[in-house]
Design a protein around this ligand. Structure first.
Ligand SMILES: Nc1ncnc2c1ncn2[C@@H]1O[C@H](COP(=O)(O)OP(=O)(O)OP(=O)(O)O)[C@@H](O)[C@H]1O
Length: 930
């Protein structure tokens, strides 16, 4: 039953626990003393004297005097329980004491005492209660294998106002001491640990045997002292082997001596003296109870007036649950004493106690535990072997590293495979089409028409150095990819040079064969042609694109730098050619005596070849047409196929169209021939002019492409330099990643720039909201932020330069003007405003009107509201609030999953893997379909 005894908790610090530690335990709670009344049967003496039963229990709670003395009125007494004379002690225990008796098992002090006149049955009842309580406690301990219990017992009696130890009779009178923490304690009181229930019972028996008992007229075995048997129960969870904290509480089983009247007990001498002490201490108890029942309104509580009340102080209005069983004789002869008992009981039931769960913290055990821990740590510290926890951590980490390395190898293998597949496909495409055009779209950065100018990264002072440096420093390209791009770029450079060559050759041919324009212009063309021919593009370019390793990057970059001059030269030459052609055209127009030139004939405009720079076509359309990479001859051939002027007319031959060159001329035919010659001359001239015009357009386009190539080269150089810088700094510091803190700063900076650029470029506010809400500064967001910044920088530059770009240029939409971007934004706002009523409740809308200062009663309030959103790029709170409103209107919370971060990413993948960025206009379209 009682397991391995714990050390005594008396050396520990007792603290009332604020929370229960086991089921059934209670928090601090106030409850009344539980008062029951037990009426014993008439004793043999009473029966012998024909005493009458003066009381009847009308129900389980009420007892009433039978008024046998014919008093004027009888008052019923009610209590928590009333047990009549037939009631067994077990029931009294079950209904009147058990709940309180078991409280110490959950750390709550408890007291059960019997009060009543002599021979009323107190000892009889308490014996039964004690036996039942011991049994139940034993059962509880047996049924709680998860806890360790220690049960200790002490016994004392207060005899003639002297405290005696019932387990150590020889110790003599014991002193009462006042402990600031524990209250009143009995000095040197022996406390025995019960080994088991039998041991406990035997100890209890010893106590009872030691108690002062004497014979009186009313009771052969009258208790002459107040007996207190105290069971102290300490318990803790088994798993808490350290036993630093445990519950500790006591159960006081108190059998009071009975009040007596000397006349009745017929005592004298010793018994009289005993009775006198008994009565005096009981009187104090009654006073204490009476005062407590008045809720403290009666002032000082005289606990110290008797040893009984001093010892029982916690049980009377203190930290204890208390049950009082008032015993009484039913006899008419004891009517008055019984009334006194019931009066006492009535007062007692008004007394409130404040029981708490008591936790003990064993300082000694605590100290021992700490010492053990220190010893353990010291051992670990001095041990050459890492502690087991560290060991397992290292093993775990090692395994993770190995796993990551395997994954990396796998990724590398996949990448190499993809690259070789790409190479193969490129070669196949090249062989199949014979055109180098098809490699253009697989650039690691935007192709010519999507390229951006780093010169324009600075946005009129709106860019900070920090953001700019970050953009430059952070490259996602790897060395082999860069070399690959360099080679491709060189190849395109070569192609452009060759195309320029062919264009000028054709021009030269036209000029020289037709003797067109002024001599100066013709000479200029010839000079240009020879200059361009001298440019040896092919010298440093291998036909195949070979991806070099990291080691060749420096060579590549130095070559690129030197080739930058060549490209710039080509650009310059093409500009000269453009000027010369302009001069040529001018001289042709001045010398034109034959009527309107096709260049001035609006009806022929439609027959002009669609050039990449033509306002009649989108730039992208032409770039993607096959014509773009064809020489001017091919261009002309295409042109001729579409013009009403027959090809033969444009190419003067000695024979006519039908090949009748040998036919003799007649006057009619001569006149006719003269007209025909004139007409043919005019046609030749027109055709030549048209060809020159086409060549001029073509040269202009070439010039633009060369300029873009130049920019790409610069960007590539930057990327290579930045890569080298990264590698250097990484190898120096051993760190390659940006610290979270510095990224956070960069992120804030970049976001502010992006917000400003959105504003300046009239970007869709739905796009702004999506981007703003998706990218909140995760380290993974770095690439997206950079890409967005680059896109916007390019766009802003374009808007500033030509005023002819639109956000749509970044997406897949056809190009339009700045004004159309503004118009699109306006439309988007209108669409959002329309959605306001379906997406927001009237109340929400009204709140927004108030928040955004939309005047009440105004027209188009929804539109007014939407027009206020995303208008102040300097105010971050405004931006946040705007994003919230737009998100609600679009319903991102519900359907926002269709927008993923990847949509904002610059494409570095192969065309087949490419997930195209939706473009701002497309996002607006999406909005319309939501
Ligand atoms: N409920 C009961 N049923 C039967 N007998 C009882 C009952 N209560 C008491 N008695 C008997 O009455 C007698 C007196 O009881 P008890 O000694 O317990 O009284 P007491 O109140 O302790 O008296 P005292 O104050 O003098 O010690 C005993 O012989 C006891 O066996």
């Amino acid at each position: 039953m009682i397991r391995t005894p714990l050390k005594s908790a008396s050396k520990g610090v007792r603290t009332p626990a604020r929370t229960p530690g086991t089921p059934g335990a209670t928090k601090v709670r106030e409850e009344n003393i539980f008062v029951t009344v037990r009426v014993r049967p008439l004793s043999r003496r009473e029966q012998a004297s024909n005493d009458q039963i003066a009381w009847e229990c009308t129900d389980e709670h009420t007892i009433l005097s039978k008024n046998l003395n014919n008093e004027r009125s009888t008052v019923p007494y009610t209590f928590d329980r009333v047990f009549d004379m037939n009631c067994l002690t077990q029931r009294v225990y079950e209904e009147g004491a058990k709940d309180v008796a078991l409280s110490p098992l959950t750390g709550v002090n408890a007291t059960i005492f019997a009060y009543g006149q002599t021979s009323s049955g107190k000892t009889f009842t308490m014996k039964g209660i004690t036996e039942s309580a011991v049994k139940d406690i034993d059962d509880h301990i047996r049924n709680s294998p998860e806890r360790d219990f220690v049960l200790k017992i002490s016994g004392m009696e207060i005899y003639n106002e002297t405290v005696m130890d019932l387990l150590n009779r020889d110790s003599g009178p014991l002193r009462l001491l006042d402990d600031p923490e524990k209250g009143t304690i009995v000095e040197k009181l022996v406390e025995e640990v019960a080994k088991d229930s039998n041991h406990l019972r035997s100890l209890i028996n010893i106590c009872e045997a030691q108690r002062q008992v004497g014979e009186t007229a009313l009771n052969d075995t009258s208790s002459r002292s107040h007996q207190i048997i105290r069971l102290t129960i300490e318990s803790c969870l088994r798993e808490n082997s350290t036993r630093v904290k445990s519950f500790v509480a006591s159960l006081n089983l108190v059998d009071l001596a009975g009040s007596e009247r000397a006349a009745q007990t017929k005592t004298d001498g010793t018994r009289l003296k005993e009775g006198s002490h008994i009565n005096r201490s009981l009187l104090t108890l009654m006073t204490v109870i009476r005062k407590l029942s008045a809720g403290g309104r009666m002032g000082h509580i005289p606990y110290r007036d008797s040893k009984l009340t001093r010892i029982l102080q916690p049980s009377l209005g203190g930290n204890s649950r208390t049950a009082i069983i008032c015993t009484m004789s039913p006899a008419l002869s004891h009517l008055e004493q019984s009334r006194n008992t019931l009066s006492f009981a009535s007062s007692a039931k008004e007394v409130k106690n404040t029981a708490q769960v008591n936790m003990v913290v064993s300082e000694k055990q605590l100290l021992k535990n700490l010492q053990n821990k220190v010893a353990l740590l010291e051992a670990e510290l001095h041990s050459p072997e890492p502690p087991s926890s560290l060991k397992s951590l290292l093993v775990d980490r090692e395994m993770k590293i190995q796993k990551m390395m395997i994954e990396m190898e796998e990724l590398k293998r996949e990448r190499d495979q993809a690259q070789s597949e790409l190479e193969l496909e490129r070669k196949m495409q090249k062989n199949k089409r014979g055109s180098p055009r098809h490699v253009v779209r697989s650039l690691a950065f935007p192709a010519e028409d999507e390229s951006i100018s780093d010169d324009h990264i600075s946005l009129s002072g709106k860019r900070s150095k920090l953001g700019r440096n970050t953009m430059m420093r952070r490259s996602t390209a790897d060395p082999s990819m860069l070399v690959h791009e360099i080679r491709k770029l060189e190849k395109r450079q070569k192609q452009l040079g060759e195309e320029a060559n062919r264009a000028l050759e054709v021009l030269h041919k036209e000029v020289s064969s037709q003797k067109l324009g002024s001599q100066d212009a013709a000479e200029t063309i010839a000079k240009l042609l020879s200059e361009i021919k001298e440019m040896n593009f092919a010298s440093s370019i291998s036909e195949d694109i070979k991806v070099g390793g990291k080691t060749s990057l420096k060579d590549e970059i130095s070559r690129l730098n030197s080739e930058g001059v060549t490209i710039a030269t080509l650009e310059k030459q093409l500009e000269n050619a453009q000027n010369s052609i302009d001069k040529l055209m001018l001289s042709l127009q001045c010398n034109d005596k034959l009527g309107p030139s096709p260049l001035r004939n609006s009806t022929n405009r439609s027959h002009l070849i669609r050039s990449p720079c033509s306002p009649l076509s989108s730039y992208r359309d032409v770039r993607e047409s096959e014509q773009e990479n064809q020489s001017p001859q091919i261009v002309n051939a295409v042109h001729r196929a579409h013009t009403p002027i027959e090809p033969c007319k444009a190419t003067p031959k000695k024979e006519d169209c039908r090949g009748n060159s040998s036919r003799e001329s007649t006057p009619g035919s001569r006149r006719k021939n003269s007209v025909n010659v004139k007409r043919m001359q005019e046609m030749f001239k027109n055709a030549a002019e048209e060809n020159i015009r086409s060549i001029r357009t073509y040269v202009t386009e070439l010039k633009e492409r060369v300029a873009k190539l130049q920019y790409q080269k610069q960007l590539l150089v930057c990327q290579v330099l930045e890569l080298e810088e990264n590698e250097t700094s990484a190898s120096e510091s051993g760190l390659s990643a940006q610290s979270p803190m510095s990224w956070r700063l960069v992120f804030e900076e970049q976001r502010e720039q992006i917000i400003m650029l959105w504003h300046l470029c009239h970007v869709s506010i739905v796009h702004r909201t999506q981007f703003y809400l998706l990218f909140r500064g995760d380290p993974d967001d770095q690439m997206y932020m950079e890409v967005e910044l680059r896109r916007l920088t390019w766009l802003e530059q374009k808007l500033a330069e030509v005023g002819n770009a639109s956000p749509a240029l970044l997406g897949d939409e056809p190009a339009s003007s700045v004004s159309s971007s503004i118009r699109a934004l306006k439309q988007e706002r209108e669409q959002l405003a329309k959605r306001a009523t379906s997406r927001l409740t009237a109340q929400e809308l009204e709140m927004l009107y108030i928040k955004w200062d939309v005047p009440a009663g105004g027209k188009q309030r929804r539109l007014q509201l939407v027009n206020k959103l995303w208008t102040d790029p300097h105010n971050m709170q405004h931006i946040k609030d705007s994003a919230e409103v737009v998100a609600k209107l679009v319903g991102f919370c519900e359907s926002g999953e269709q927008i993923t971060k990847e949509m904002f990413e610059l494409n570095f993948a192969l065309p087949s893997d490419k997930k195209p960025w939706m473009g701002w206009n497309l996002i607006s379209n999406l909005l319309q379909h939501l």
